[in-house]
Design a protein around this ligand. Structure first.
Ligand code: ADP
Ligand code: ASP
Ligand code: MG
Length: 417
């Protein structure tokens, strides 16, 4: 069985949805599980809905109406203006979202977030499944919340592998074409959970692992994994082959073309991951599999923007020792601060972190009780894997460097902006 994943960019409008079907027709769609994300930037729009709901902002209704209108326009285009029942189905899902918000009693932000944001994937997959049927491609739509079982860490749920494996094997017919959602799952109370932003790649990895799939293909708007994000770096080159270990490193350092959690389950069962272009499905793409570290073996450039550089020193001129550091890390854990880079000296300790859950202010307040704290927001963390002098010099040109760190394989700088 094969697992395919189509992300937001590949289903952003009616033409894109038609293209997904044409990709499937070209490469074959039997014995296939298709994991789909929310359409285009729907998840971002739903994040606005959540914020407006929490803030009791009266624009909330209008934001939902806009989302409804956008999806309706896609439906009209896809179903050629026919009176297809899908319009009613999608309307009912949007009504359900409004009802959920009206009835919600929970004050818990992360819980509400997951209940709301998951509508993006439910809607996109419902549309795709109906469209495939409309075009004569029989398929089965499954709710990923009955398959991906997690704990209740809303917005960053951890997979219960045993329960998930059982649910997947009991419910997925390996012989047919199945359509399901990326990103979402459910906890033991059947409340919706999510696996973290951009988590649909990870969903594909989970399904593949549990199904012992023959391969996973993630269909992107780039020819494959390049040696840098083409939106940021010039003259990028396609990487033909990457080992699991190397791909895990690249994703960990922030090569956002693959979600970092995707690869470990695949590596365990040696399931190859193909990163391919939905615009050129016959192109060779990139294979992540057992074998050569990197082919071609060239420096790879990665950037993480909007990071925060925090520097700590003690209030009483003492050294920063293990005890302080363990206290600092327990605070990072408490506030879900993801640490990207660490540098310490006798009297100071610097970390570059990702404030993706928005808890930085609380962290800084608590740190200030015991340390002298300085921090700079909106810094960028650049990484070069397999660096050489030329690559480092080119990268450094014109940048204001706040911190630099070199390893044997990896070069990193933190810069302003
Ligand atoms: P989707 O969510 O539609 O699956 P993403 O937007 O998450 O896709 O991933 C594709 C994007 O990843 C590309 O448009 C590209 O800008 C970015 N990207 C970042 N690093 C790389 C890289 N090393 N190679 C290719 N694309 C990259
Ligand atoms: N729709 C979710 C997001 O935008 C998950 C994904 O696309 O991978 O984060
Ligand atoms: Mg994405």
């Amino acid at each position: 069985m094969k697992v395919f994943k189509f992300g937001g960019a590949s289903v952003k409008d009616a033409d894109s949805v038609r293209n997904v079907l044409s990709v499937l027709k070209k490469v074959g769609y039997h014995n296939t599980l298709v994991v789909v994300s929310a359409m285009g930037k729907t998840t971002n729009a739903l994040e606005v809905v959540i914020k407006q709901y929490i803030d009791k902002n009266p624009d909330l209704k209008q934001t939902i109406t806009e989302l409804r209108t956008n999806h309706k326009a896609i439906l009209t285009d896809l179903f050629e203006g026919s009176n297809h029942p899908i319009s009613e189905t999608i309307n009912a899902i949007f009504d359900d979202l409004s009802l959920l918000l009206d009835r919600n009693k929970s004050p818990k932000y992360d819980y509400i977030y997951d209940q709301v944001v998951s509508y993006g994937e439910i809607i996109s997959t419902t549309i795709l499944s109906a469209y495939f049927d409309f075009k004569g491609i029989t398929n089965e739509w499954l709710d990923a919340r009955t398959l991906i079982k997690t704990d209740s860490t809303y917005r960053d749920a951890k997979v219960d592998w045993k329960e998930t494996q059982a649910a997947i094997l009991n419910n997925i017919n390996k012989k047919s074409l199945t359509i399901t959602q990326g990103f979402i799952g459910a906890d033991t109370n059947n409340f919706t959970t999510t696996l973290g932003r951009e988590g649909s790649d990870y969903s594909a990895g989970i399904f593949a692992y549990c199904l012992n799939a023959e391969s996973v293909s993630i269909w992107k708007d780039v020819p494959g994994v390049l040696n840098g994000d083409p939106r940021v770096f010039e003259d990028t080159k396609l990487l033909n082959q990457i080992s699991y270990e190397e791909a895990i490193e690249l994703a960990f350092y922030g090569a956002s073309v693959i979600h970092p959690k995707t690869l470990q389950p695949l590596q365990q069962k040696e399931i190859p991951l193909y990163v391919k272009s939905f615009l050129n499905p016959e192109g060779s793409g990139t294979a992540v599999s057992k074998g050569q570290t990197l082919e071609p073996f060239i420096p790879c450039f990665i950037v993480k923007k909007n990071q925060v550089l925090i520097s700590l020193s003690s209030l009483d001129f003492s050294f920063i020792v293990e005890e302080n550091i363990s206290e600092v890390f327990s605070l990072f854990h408490k506030y879900q601060i993801k640490v990207d880079l660490i540098q310490n000296s006798a009297i100071s300790f610097s970390v570059c972190v990702d404030n993706k859950f928005g808890h930085l202010d609380k962290l800084i307040t608590e740190l200030k009780a015991n340390f002298k704290v300085s921090y700079e927001e909106n810094v960028s963390l650049y990484t070069i894997r397999h660096f050489n002098n030329e690559a480092a010099t080119t990268l450094e040109a014109g940048k204001e460097i706040l911190l630099k760190q070199l390893g044997t394989e990896t070069y990193q700088i933190v810069t302003k902006q």
